[in-house]
Design a protein around this ligand. Sequence first.
Ligand SMILES: CC(C)(COP(=O)(O)OP(=O)(O)OC[C@H]1O[C@@H](n2cnc3c(N)ncnc32)[C@H](O)[C@@H]1OP(=O)(O)O)[C@@H](O)C(=O)NCCC(=O)NCCS
Length: 219
Amino acid sequence: MTPPGRVLAEYWPVFGLRLATPRVTLTPMRDDDLVETLDLILAGIHDPGRMPFSMPWTDAPRDELIANTLRHYWTSRGASTPARWSVPFVVRLRGELVGMQNIVSTDFAVTKTVMTGSWIGAAHQGMGIGAEMRSAVIQFAFDHLRAVRADSGAFTDNPASLRVSEKLGYLPDGTEVRQRRPGERAVEQRLTLTPREFRRPGWDVQVTGLAACRSYFGL
Ligand SMILES: CC(C)(COP(=O)(O)OP(=O)(O)OC[C@H]1O[C@@H](n2cnc3c(N)ncnc32)[C@H](O)[C@@H]1OP(=O)(O)O)[C@@H](O)C(=O)NCCC(=O)NCCS
């Protein structure tokens, strides 16, 4: 057990990172977040008839989905290095876990480019949270990590994700044809954003804890 007054962030400083917007907070996923994350996933993220993810992880039967989700978050956390980092942020609205906003990069010190992915529990969609959490990590990347480019993508039949990107100023960056489910062809719209095109909201993301974990990001 962790001794009173001690926290794991002393040894793994990225756990002390926190982003805040007017409505939501984003903190790197920890084991304490996993029960709520699984509850949210099992309650449903999307219409089962339309797969929004290029890896159709939500199609797995319940038991596999649970085990795969745990393996995924434990593995990606352990695999993150300064040369190839990722931060899966859990997103909380008034304390309740409502979704996930991921940000990843490879060779960030040189590429200055990040890529994002996200999902929100079905009950919490359509309330502007998707735009707010993406804007939070984009501001974090551009203003705090000094990234110069942010990439994203969505299938052409995912209007909510495409609309979030459009609202933030992303520009089309080509398409990619994928097999998203066995035998199912789908077209992914690639999107890209630079600080110049970024349509900023009327608020600034509040960032705490970055000074202690800059090396996590290869800085
Ligand atoms: C994509 C996602 C993260 C967006 O989050 P959200 O909180 O629902 O998004 P917001 O409320 O911020 O914005 C959604 C926008 O899409 C629009 N939209 C939603 N469904 C739409 C539809 N069927 N047709 C047209 N526009 C639509 C909304 O009107 C809104 O635009 P507006 O603000 O101009 O009105 C969320 O819907 C989600 O998790 N979906 C399932 C998983 C997923 O698709 N992840 C992304 C994979 S690339």
